[in-house]
Design a protein. Structure first.
Ligand code: FES
Length: 66
């Protein structure tokens, strides 16, 4: 199954019904819906899907070559 790495863009305005029955409305002409579930504004994308931890870069000790 492919992994979701970003939002899905839909033409607005939209009304989203969450599993608990809450209805969330956006009047924007284009709405980014979060697929990664990291958004603090879920169900809308807040670009949290972009955040990744940087790979650790080990620096060579003095006198060593990289
Ligand atoms: S898709 Fe962007 S925060 Fe989830």
């Amino acid at each position: 199954m492919p992994r979701a790495i970003g939002p899905v863009l839909v033409e607005g305005p939209v009304e989203v019904v969450l599993p608990d029955g809450t209805v969330v409305v956006s009047e924007r002409p284009v709405v980014a819906l979060c697929l990664c579930r990291r958004s603090r504004r879920y169900p809308f994308c807040d670009t949290s899907h972009r955040r990744r931890s940087r790979p650790s870069v080990e620096r060579p000790a003095d006198g060593e070559q990289a």
